[in-house]
Design a protein around this ligand. Structure first.
Ligand code: SF4
Length: 705
């Protein structure tokens, strides 16, 4: 080609959870110079979005970490040090903090960005060696409500559906999900299916997103009130006898209590709270219930809410009463955020023990303790603090040391002013990242440079439970090393680490995971790296029994809870759950008259650690901006592309005003990617079940500058 590619190497995209199979082309010098989609891949069928197309540029992007860096205090300059000195210092500081303040005074926050084998190994190190219970992932900002909602409804995490469901459905409802910008290739799959089948698309979103522009029915809901709409839809379905009685009888319990609760949400009253008129509520309820197969997808509009977990259960309730779980085209499919958010949910141990095991269960502690060679009594008996509770615990002095792995809380956490205060109190902060210029470095004592996604080998799991592989395309940048190597080296610094085996090769780690997955919902025991690559990814479950019976990995779509339907609650049934709505939002008032909404742009990824350095991505949105309705702008005297100050009770941010009808008159929208911007304003009240913050429910005022 004109890029002089001499070799293409197979990988899986390292950005979003769509899980596109990608090949990176290298020239004769081994330099990555091109990216292309893999034609035979089930997921993306040869396509990539604007982030994937330029992904080869990320390897040598500005700001890559080259060497470990150490300093005595946050105000001092860093010294370059060798890996041995870095690990010695880190092990000594962890030991000091734990001896002085207790085991849980050292906390770990990881990510949805590293490889599954690395999550598993970090879990072993955190739970079995370091022994802190305050270990979580940044997935608490992203998918925790989906996890919690799936567990409450079905007895386990694990999205039951797959992308192929678009090709079977008769009605699609998207809740707070803007596929064209968040997950462009899933959007393309959905549109292709819709063009063939002509199913109606209903979009629930307060903003006229790109997906809402495609909708047959757009429901511009009042922020934080999805639960009211869900209860009202079920109210209409039950009142008109449209429920699937046989399905409910055979597969669920809790119907009576749920029916009593939804009886309170007649569409007339619900309309006053959720802002959707009563006739539309009735129309949507009938459309969804009368469709032979209906499915719901959702993303952060549901999860990042004070009712996030309930919102997920509400979607599951809707699908259970209409008989839409466990059949092609009938499902509840959470569209995940990060490339390996699913891997961390399955294997990281941050919310429990690996393989969907729970710290709360004695048999799970026994099983993992025996396999790892750790006394089960060493494990805590219940989950420790989530990321969103770790920062307040730093503020109060309960936590003194923190290790961040591929996450950048200075930009990603709500209410940045509080996060800054917490960082200032830490005695020891380790930042492990592929980039040395992440904003959180301002407070780091030690920096560990990590290899980037395709400088190493291992697996990711995508939104539809598909395990896919990434192969090393080139050597790691500078002296950076794979996260797996870093975890293994640190394990060796602890006495206890010598008793526990830490395999060095990724596929050896995968073999351990296979063993521990046998017989569990997420059974991967039939997979190996060669088979995964040959199939361009394999959905779990794929078991050793499949292999023994000569069943090849299924092309197309694998679903959970199909006939004979067994959910993961002890009685094998799914739970219908009564969901009373308690209004606990920060709502606009005279002083702060606008809703603040946040979200993602198609060309950027998360805190722009990577895409902010890639010209072809960054040139589309080089600076932070705010969407504001032209009518509101005229009243405030704000001109298109002028700079304005957005103010909340937490802080302020200066952004460029973009006048657009995409937002209603009482709302502004600011993308979340930019440092020192929207998260200076967000409140971040927490969902009581998932501890996920409500990024999208805050009140602000706008001041011309
Ligand atoms: Fe990568 Fe997601 Fe784009 Fe696919 S849709 S190329 S996984 S960023």
């Amino acid at each position: 080609t004109d890029k002089q590619v001499v070799k293409w190497t197979y990988s899986t995209c390292g950005y979003c959870s769509t899980g596109c199979a990608i090949e990176i082309g290298s020239n004769a010098d081994g330099k990555p110079v091109a990216s292309r989609g893999v034609g035979g891949a089930d997921v993306n069928r040869g396509k990539l979005c604007v982030k994937g197309i330029f992904e080869h540029e990320v390897f040598e992007a500005q700001g890559r970490g080259e060497i470990p860096l150490l300093r005595g205090a946050a105000q001092q300059s860093f010294d370059a040090v060798g890996w041995d000195q870095a690990f010695d210092k880190m092990a000594a500081e962890i030991a000091r903090i734990q001896a002085q303040y207790g085991r849980d005074a050292f906390a770990i926050v990881s990510t949805g960005q590293i490889l599954t084998e690395e999550f598993y190994t970090l879990g072993k190190l955190a739970r079995g060696v370091i022994g802190t219970n305050n270990y979580d992932g940044n997935t608490t900002l992203c998918m925790a409500s989906a996890v919690s909602g799936y567990k409450r409804s079905f007895g386990s995490d694990g999205p039951p559906g797959c992308y192929e469901d678009f090709e079977h459905t008769d009605c699609l409802m998207a809740w707070g999900s803007n596929l064209p910008e968040q997950h462009p290739i899933i959007y393309w799959r959905m549109k292709e299916a819709q063009e063939k089948r002509g199913f109606p698309l209903i979009v629930v979103d307060p903003r006229v997103t790109m997906l809402a522009q495609n909708a047959d029915i757009h429901l511009p809901i009042t922020p934080g009130t999805d639960l009211v709409l869900q209860n009202a839809l079920i109210h209409v379905i039950l009142a008109e006898g449209l429920e699937d009685k046989a399905y409910i009888e055979a597969n669920t319990n809790g119907f009576e209590a749920m029916a009593v609760e939804v009886a309170k949400y007649d569409p007339t009253n619900a309309a006053k709270i959720c802002g959707i008129d009563e006739d539309t509520i009735r129309t949507v309820a009938r459309l969804y219930a009368k469709a032979e197969r209906a499915m719901s997808i959702w993303t952060m509009g549901i999860n990042q809410s004070t009712h996030g977990s309930d919102g997920v259960v509400g979607i599951n309730n809707l699908n259970l009463v209409t008989g839409n779980i466990g059949k092609p085209g009938g499902t509840s499919l959470s569209i995940t955020g990060q490339c390996n958010a699913m891997g961390t949910r399955e294997w990281s141990s941050c919310s429990g023990l690996p393989g969907y095991r729970a710290l709360e269960k004695a048999e799970d502690r026994e099983e993992i303790g025996k396999f790892w060679g750790v006394d089960p009594e060493f494990f805590p008996k219940q989950r420790g603090l989530t990321e969103t509770d770790i920062f307040p615990a730093i503020e109060t002095g309960q936590i003194k040391g923190l290790w961040l792995v591929a996450t950048n809380p200075m930009t990603s956490m709500p209410n940045t002013a509080r996060i800054r205060k917490a960082f200032e109190k830490l005695e020891f902060l380790v930042v492990q990242d592929s980039f040395a210029d992440v904003e959180t470095m301002e407070y780091a004592h030690l920096f560990l440079p990590a290899a980037i996604w395709a400088e190493k080998e291992g697996t990711f799991t995508n939104t539809e439970r598909r395990v896919n592989i990434t192969r090393p395309i080139k050597q790691a940048f500078g002296q950076s090393q794979s996260d797996l190597w870093i975890f293994n080296q640190l394990a060796k610094r602890f006495d206890q680490g010598r008793r526990i085996e830490f395999p060095e090769q990724p596929e050896q780690v995968f073999e351990e995971m296979k063993f521990l997955s046998k017989g569990r919902l997420m059974d991967v025991s039939g997979m190996n790296y060669a088979l995964i690559e040959a199939n361009r990814g394999i959905q779990w479950p794929y078991t050793e029994q499949h292999v023994e019976h000569g069943e090849r990995p299924k092309a197309g779509g694998v679903r959970l809870y199909t006939e004979p339907r067994t959910f993961r609650h002890p009685d094998g049934k799914a739970k219908l759950i009564a969901l009373p709505f308690i209004d606990n939002n920060e709502v606009p008032d005279e002083q702060f008259p606008f809703w603040l909404n946040t979200g993602r742009l198609v060309e950027q990824f998360h805190t722009r650690t990577r895409t902010g350095k890639i010209g072809n991505n960054n040139k589309f949105s080089p600076t932070a901006f705010m969407e504001i309705n032209p009518d509101a702008a005229i009243e405030l005297g704000i001109k298109h592309q002028s700079y304005v100050r957005v103010v909340s009770r937490r802080g302020d941010a200066v952004v460029m005003a973009m006048l657009t009808q995409r937002v209603p008159k009482n709302m502004v929208f600011v993308p979340f990617h930019f440092f020192d911007c929207v998260n200076r304003l967000t409140l971040g009240l927490l969902d009581p079940y998932s501890r996920q913050p409500a990024f999208k429910q805050a009140a602000v005022r706008i001041e011309a500058t």
